[in-house]
Design a protein around this ligand. Structure first.
Ligand code: SAH
Length: 213
């Protein structure tokens, strides 16, 4: 599990690429600069790890593109000490970005193989989410609610109601909505019953599937 000067240099370049693409949040950029993304991938090739692209991981899933992770994290508008629920743990890279920013993280994954792998892996790098759960993200995690932010890292055909219900007032749900392509959608809970909706462009995710596997 090596993190060499070459890796660090490539990460600096990746951070510059993300800045050029419009990412402004300093804490997000610092987290990406700090995290050895190559270690989250089966083939730790820097050509794959530090270009701004998604990449296959286990169980037909992908590690999200760095720009996508950065953009979703920025849209959450969370900071140190806040509490975030992530749907779709996958490789754990997005989880690590949030942890690096000092966020308390709860994360749910429906693929048992990936869940077990990532649960073992994250602590090896010193990343300790509050809870990693094998379960169905459509239901959220009501027993730990409410959250300052909820981030969905798979494409949702519709917006699951339980996720809206588990937001604090002032909290944000960042969710890519759509079947083949998704629109990055942000819901801000403005009162017990009211939400504001904003859209932030088209993305492409693996699907958010119902039930556990
Ligand atoms: N955050 C991840 C992205 C992984 S891709 C990363 O940084 O690598 C999306 C993940 O969502 C996949 O691992 C997939 O298995 C998971 N997923 C799909 N449907 C889900 C559901 N209903 N509940 C929880 N996780 C789900």
């Amino acid at each position: 599990m090596k993190d060499t000067y070459t890796h660090k240099g490539k990460r600096k370049q990746l951070v510059e690429t993300l800045k050029a693409k419009g990412i402004e949040n300093k804490a997000v950029l610092e987290a990406i600069n700090a995290i050895p993304r190559h270690l989250f991938m089966d083939s730790g090739f820097i050509e794959h790890a530090y270009v701004d692209k998604a990449f296959p991981i286990a169980a037909d899933q992908t590690i999200s593109q760095p720009y996508t992770v950065a953009r979703q994290t920025e849209l959450l508008e969370v900071s140190k000490g806040d509490k975030v629920l992530e749907i779709g743990t996958g490789s754990g890279y997005q989880t690590a970005v949030l942890l690096e920013m000092g966020i308390t993280v709860f994360s749910i994954e429906r693929q048992n193989e990936l869940f077990k792998k990532t649960k073992r892996f994250l602590p090896k790098l010193g990343y300790r989410p509050k809870r990693l759960i094998f379960g169905d993200g459509y239901k959220g995690l009501p027993e730990e609610a409410p959250y300052d932010g909820i981030v969905v890292t798979a494409g949702a055909p519709y917006v699951p109601k339980p996720l809206m219900a588990q937001l604090k007032i002032g909290g944000k749900l960042v969710i890519p909505v759509g079947e083949e392509n998704q629109i990055m959608t942000v819901f801000t809970r403005t009162s017990e019953k009211e939400f504001e909706k904003e859209e932030h462009g088209a993305f492409r995710f693996v699907p958010l599937l119902e039930d556990k596997n």
